[in-house]
Design a protein. Structure first.
Length: 227
C-alpha cells in the first residue's frame, strides 16, 4: 500500500498519531502537498462521509477522524497557504449556536486563506451577536456559517434576521455549509451562497468577492471617483 493510501485509510480509522507520521514522511519523500491533501486526507474523509450516510459509521467515528484530519492539515498548512497570495477579503467563520462540532472547519479556514482571505475563526456554538460583532470589528466581507446538526440549522437564519434588524444585511456576503445543509435551505433563509465542501467554498468566496469588487469599482466610476 502506498503512503497516500495509508493516509486515506488512517484518516478513516481516526489514527491521529499515524497521520502525523505518514504526512511528515510523505513530505520528506517529496510528495506534493496538494496530492497528499486531495488523494490522501480528502479521499479518506469523503469515503468516511459515504459510510456515514449509509449508517456504517456514526458521529463519534467522524469526530475522531476529523481530529486526525486536523493533525494532517496542520502539517500541510504552511506548504499550501502561499504567503504572497494577493489579499482578497476578510471572513468570519464559525459553527452556529447550539452546535458543538467543528468537523471540517479547520480545512475551510485553510482553503479560504490559500486563496487570499484573512479568516477569523470564532469557533463553535457561536450566536448571532458573536458573528455580527466580530464581522463589524474586523470589517469583514463574508460571514461563513456551518451547521453539522439538523437541529441547529435554524440558528443560521437567526444570524441573517439579526443582520436585518441591525440594518447591515447588505454589507456582507453570507455563506453556509455543513452536512445537513443544502441549496434549497440556503434559498429559504436567504443566504447568498451554499457550498458542499471546503474547496468549493474557497472558490465561491473568491469569485463572490471579485464580483463585489468589480461592481463597487463600476459604481465609483459612474460617480466620477475612479479613473
Amino acid at each position: 500500500m502506498s503512503l497516500i493510501q495509508d493516509i486515506s485509510e488512517n484518516i478513516q480509522l481516526g489514527k491521529a498519531k499515524n497521520i502525523r507520521h505518514l504526512v511528515s514522511k510523505a513530505l520528506e519523500e517529496g510528495i506534493e502537498p496538494q496530492k497528499i491533501l486531495n488523494e490522501g486526507l480528502l479521499t479518506g474523509m469523503l469515503a468516511l462521509g459515504d459510510k456515514f450516510k449509509m449508517d456504517e459509521v456514526f458521529v463519534p467515528e467522524v469526530l475522531v477522524a476529523s481530529r486526525a484530519m486536523n493533525v494532517g492539515l496542520t502539517l500541510l498548512e504552511k506548504h499550501l497557504v502561499a504567503e504572497d497570495e494577493p489579499f482578497v477579503g476578510r471572513v468570519v467563520l464559525g459553527t452556529v449556536r447550539g452546535d458543538w462540532h467543528d468537523i471540517g472547519k479547520h480545512m475551510v479556514s485553510m482553503m479560504l486563506r490559500s486563496v487570499g482571505f484573512e479568516v477569523t475563526d470564532i469557533g463553535y456554538d457561536a450566536d448571532a451577536d458573536l458573528f455580527l460583532d466580530t464581522a463589524e470589528e474586523i470589517h469583514a466581507d463574508i460571514i461563513c456559517m456551518s451547521a453539522l446538526l439538523t437541529t441547529t440549522m435554524p440558528s443560521m437564519e437567526e444570524v441573517i434576521r439579526a443582520m436585518e434588524q441591525r440594518g447591515i444585511r447588505d454589507k456582507y456576503i453570507v455563506m453556509i455549509g455543513g452536512a445537513p445543509v443544502n441549496a434549497r435551505f440556503a434559498k429559504e433563509i436567504e443566504a447568498d451562497i451554499y457550498t458542499s465542501d471546503a474547496v468549493s467554498c474557497a472558490q465561491a468566496a473568491r469569485k463572490a468577492m471579485l464580483e463585489k469588487r468589480g461592481k463597487h469599482e463600476v459604481h465609483e466610476s459612474e460617480n466620477g471617483t475612479v479613473q
